[in-house]
Design a binder for this molecule. Structure first.
Ligand SMILES: [Zn+2]
Ligand SMILES: [Zn+2]
Length: 240
């Protein structure tokens, strides 16, 4: 399915880059919040969600940039846990102890928050890349059930099935696992520079203008992963 002009609020889709880092919150990024937001508007995204590593923005700090650029700005955080990176939405600040996923789940539940297994199979399928993961055995790409048994999937509401920095194989496997578990599907560019903002996006049928609306939509599985906005100017849903 494709749709032209789908990046705008009045189009058939509401598109959000749900996973981005800026230089003000992530030392491995070289893009400022202002650049991210401007780039999001140029690409045609409806909304952008800045998700720094273990840090959440004060919404007032960047709200004025978003208002200037005409893009909805939402907030999240990418929490480093003992089982990998987890997208967290609904928290107001980093809370001590949430590097343990069980504690992060408790904190998220207390505030009606949302947790996402981010890029769950990055470097985990190709034996040549497993040195990134302490040389753990790679997952068998034909064994979705075994991969789905990982603890992380029992603790999250959604899976990042399309990550702009993962391989096609890693993304497709994440999608298979999400569907086997009936978990919601989301996407984010994981941009650390301006040129990849919007390369993939989370797609909603209805606008999400607040963090709460975003959380509710994803928890209700009303989200899909999409791509194409950056280069083709329209969105194609991932894994139709
Ligand atoms: Zn990550
Ligand atoms: Zn990231």
């Amino acid at each position: 399915m494709a749709s032209s002009g789908s990046g705008h609020h009045n189009g058939p889709y509401f598109t959000i880059d749900l996973h981005l880092h800026t230089s003000r919150g992530s030392s491995d990024s070289n893009v400022s919040p202002r650049e991210v937001i401007q780039r999001a508007r140029e690409v045609g995204l409806s909304a952008v969600c800045i998700t720094e590593h273990d840090h959440i923005w004060d919404v007032q700090e960047v709200a004025e940039f978003a208002a200037e650029a005409g893009v909805v700005l939402l907030r999240g955080m990418e929490v480093t846990t003992e089982v990998g990176h987890v997208g967290a939405f609904g928290l107001d600040r980093y809370v001590g102890g949430i590097y343990k996923l069980k504690e992060l789940r408790r904190v998220a539940d207390d505030c009606g928050g949302l947790l996402i297994a981010n890029h769950p199979f990055r470097y985990k399928l190709d034996p040549k890349l497993t040195f990134f993961n302490n040389h753990d055995d790679p997952f068998d790409a034909n064994d979705v059930k075994k991969a789905a048994d990982q603890m992380v999937f029992s603790m999250v509401d959604a899976v990042e099935v399309l990550n702009g920095c993962c391989s096609e194989e890693e993304n497709r496997f994440a999608l298979q696992v999400a569907r086997a578990l009936n978990l919601a599907e989301v996407a984010g560019s994981d941009s650390h520079s301006a040129d990849s903002v919007g390369c993939v996006c989370t797609v909603l049928e209805a606008p999400a203008l607040t963090d709460r609306a975003l959380i509710d939509a994803i928890k209700a599985s009303r989200s899909r992963a999409g791509r194409g906005l950056l280069h083709e100017g329209s969105v194609s849903l991932f894994g139709l």
